[in-house]
Design a protein. Sequence first.
Lengths: 259, 362
Amino acid sequence: MTGSRLASFATSATTALVCVLLLLPTIAVMPLSITETNFVTFPPRGFSLRWYETLFTSDAWRGAMVTSFITAALTTAVATPIGTMMALGLARLKGRWVGIGNVFILLPIIVPTIVTGVALYGLLARLGLIGTIPGLVLGHSVLALPFVVINVAAVLQKFDRRIEQAARSLGASPLTAFRLVTLPNLLPGVAAGALFAFLTSFDDFVIALFLAGIGAVTLPVQMWSGIRFEISPAVAAASTVLLFMSCLLLALQWWVKRR
Amino acid sequence: MPRGAAIEIRDLTKRYGDVKAIDAVSLTVAEGEFVTLLGLSGSGKSTTLMAVAGFVDPDGGAIAISGSDVTTLPPEKRNLGVVFQNYALFPHLNVFDNIAFPLRMRRHAESEIDTQVRRVLDLVSLRDLSARRITELSGGQQQRVALARALVFSPPVLLMDEPLGALDRQLREQLQIEIRRIHRQLGVTVLYVTHDQEEALSMSDRIAIMADGRIQQLGTPHEVYMQPSNRFVAGFFGESNFLDVAVERAGDNPVLRPKGLRDITLHAALRRPLSGDRFLAMVRPEAIEIGDSRDPAFENNLPGTVEQQDFLGATQRLTVKTGAGSVAVRMSRLANAAALPAGAPVWLKWRAGETAVFDAQD
Ligand SMILES: Nc1ncnc2c1ncn2[C@@H]1O[C@H](COP(=O)(O)OP(=O)(O)O)[C@@H](O)[C@H]1O
Ligand SMILES: [Mg+2]
């Protein structure tokens, strides 16, 4: 009895320790952002929100945040419908095409992001889309698509195709049946996929580094520049904002899935 | 009162790869008739039904409703009520909106929709549940909503695929009676699918027994039970005794000679001519009576000795060893089985009309 209780305690303790170790560096960033000093110190000296003020007033930081939001919103708008359609198509594959289709859809996750970045750079440079929001949106959509497909496919798997047939038998055309019956039932998956798409774009650094140029600098890219030239506490403030956004979206996603 | 429409299925064939799901199925259902497709899982019942509904595109054959060909018509243009296996209700809509769906598709006025939905809710005894969510309903209630939804637009034909398969026995029997009542009340033509033989026998005007994608026999419940056309059909409905026989004199009243018995002949009432050497005579256990001597009032008399007795509740089964093999006899619980201990000599007797004969090959 005591032996097994000890084992269970040890397991819990180990899990807790690993969690702390995983979270610590992330959480440690937060106090750095409230320092009064012009440089990063640990522990922070004094308490001030001036670096958050910088974030929202300096052209570079505010511009980066706006670019990030617009890019993430547009990526969501592009990737969600396309990913939903891909999931619907994937569900209709039969036999060995199922495996091939699945691997193909997951490719953007499997291929190292930096390879995708290089490839996209080559392509978009030729199209003159480097340093533009449309270019970023295209790149981020590639990254975000698999997440939409996975989320919609998960709901689709539990979806009884016969209710679509029921709608047809009751007089609905294929399109009406999709609009009035299929789509409303896939909505939780589509919403979760959309949140993931937003998050993927908002968090991305590698692709953005290739495609941002000087015209479409996103928050992570701006943070990177912030570290390279001067280690400003504004970077810590930006990190905190980014972290907060991620947590918010994940919580939202969890809430959508539970309903 | 809406009248049912006739369904005509001609030489319907559907292949999935190398598998023939259905193979030249032909069946005519008269206006207002209740016909059941009965068979084991995989015998092609759903494929046939879904071809009529328009969800299976046949490789060959034709389907006509009310005399007009619908073989290539999309499902939404066929105007048929369909009740699916596991109901296929819309989980995001409440009871009222589920049932109103076909009327909205037909662009009825909301006031008319309200009247019609209330009418069918009454029909299936669900008056008070119109605002409920589907997930808040019991299996039996979901089944009633599915039925109401398939009937609300007064289709001339109702197709049902194992509608009671997911329910427990008591509820199933209750709904069987209700479906029969609704059928009579509305006069709608029903094509019904089940694998439950009792359900088929109690509900149907006629039964089509399916196996391997083909209709094995089509007839009234009495016909398929009393005069099965082959061993498969006979075996489908409860217990049966098979005796190897040779047909000695063909014709309307054939004389059958059981293999291994010299001085016994059996008699069957038969409507089909027989030819060939190896036949099976079939008699149901409950059709046999027990006596202590040959009884000239019965066309068939067979001597044997009691082998075993089993108490089954409402009935008791006697296993009797005869020269033609073991024969099971079902007696009422009230029959005096104590007088028939193992080893007792008995005579089995039954009517010619209770004997079916078919080719042993079939
Ligand atoms: N969509 C399908 N794809 C491949 N095979 C199928 C399909 N539908 C039915 N079948 C096959 O056709 C046969 C008949 O099936 P079905 O009509 O569903 O039988 P039942 O309803 O009597 O159980 C079975 O062997 C089944 O495996
Ligand atoms: Mg079936």
